[in-house]
Design a protein around this ligand. Structure first.
Ligand SMILES: [Zn+2]
Ligand SMILES: [Zn+2]
Length: 320
């Protein structure tokens, strides 16, 4: 219990880095008691993701920690499923949408692979509703902590940007100590507002999808897909499909992530001065003179014209 005590002391002193590090260290040294490890892992995920104690650029090791738990086939499925979710959310905030979607899908696969006896096995867990420790089944923990439903909802937002049913809660959120939780980039795609042309809107909407649920060339589903190594935005089932699509237009559309061009449709993200604009699709008009890495974006003549840093622009999937 050494780590738990050290972690609690660090948390009380407001040293959240140490607190999180002690929690995750306890996962590595205490394989003999996975219930204890699960509770500590939940504390860890709460600090790094739910409560957002750190800035995104301070999470490099945490990303690795979560991935390690998620991908460890000897690990308990409950920890792996939770790691899949928290990893996905952090990756999404880093604008790694494809990586987030993959993680959510993996989390759902892990939950679906639970056997009946695994689902019904009883463990001593902290109950999120009563904040006390009690015996609960794995199945009820997954339900009470919304692990499966959160995975489904977050994946739905990425796969079905125009039809998902998620409504963002824009009210301020607070931690137990009363401090406010900084808002991450909104995880919601808005309707494209840049065009009144129905075909253009439909096309943009289609490209807002994260992809990765079917081959971009032949449309095959439920097969192992790989991404285009350069843009990481195109998905294929075979090298033949990749070649066909390349000749069919991907050779013109494919660019390294972060490269923006005049004429692109891009999504605004991570704006702290105008957070209400995050998620909107805008049109790239041109470079801002004398400013490195800033672009003029507009809603195509309807009144909006902004100068935005490249870090706040996310390219949407290419048409081809
Ligand atoms: Zn294919
Ligand atoms: Zn590509």
């Amino acid at each position: 219990m050494k780590y738990l005590q050290e972690s609690a002391i660090a948390g009380q002193a407001g040293n959240w880095r140490l607190c999180a590090d002690k929690y995750i260290a306890s996962i590595q040294v205490a394989p003999y008691d996975w219930q204890y490890r699960y509770n500590n892992f939940s504390g860890y995920c709460s600090i790094v993701n739910t409560e957002r104690r750190f800035a995104l650029n301070e999470l490099e090791n945490d990303i690795k920690n979560l991935k390690k738990v998620r991908d460890d086939e000897n690990e308990r499925k409950l920890l792996r499923a939770a790691a899949s979710f928290h990893y996905g959310v952090l990756r999404l905030d880093m604008n790694k949408r494809e990586s987030a979607a993959r993680s959510y899908r993996l989390g759902l696969e892990i939950i679906d692979s639970l056997t009946e006896s695994e689902k019904n096995s009883i463990h001593f867990f902290s109950d999120p509703l009563t904040m006390t420790m009690r015996n609960m089944s794995t199945k009820s923990i997954i339900e009470q902590r919304n692990i499966k439903s959160d995975l489904i909802m977050n994946l739905d937002i990425l796969e079905n940007p125009l039809t998902h049913s998620y409504k963002p809660d824009l009210n301020p959120r607070f931690r137990q100590d009363g401090t406010q939780i900084p808002r991450g980039p909104l995880k919601v795609n808005y309707l494209p507002t840049v065009s009144t042309d129905v075909n253009a809107v439909t096309s943009i909407a289609e490209r807002m999808k994260v992809g990765g649920d079917k081959c971009d060339c032949c449309g095959k589903q439920n097969v192992k897909l790989f991404t285009c190594a350069r843009c990481k935005m195109a998905y294929y089932c075979s090298h033949e499909c990749q070649k066909n699509r390349w000749k069919d237009g991907h050779n013109k559309a494919c660019r390294k992530p972060g490269q923006i061009m005049v004429g692109d449709y891009v999504k605004l993200r991570g704006l702290s001065s105008r957070p209400e604009l995050n998620g909107n699709i805008v049109f790239v008009e041109g470079k801002v003179e004398d400013k490195e890495n800033r672009w003029k974006v507009s809603d195509k003549g309807k009144g909006l014209l902004l100068s935005i840093s490249v870090d706040n622009l996310a390219r949407i999937r290419p048409e081809k």
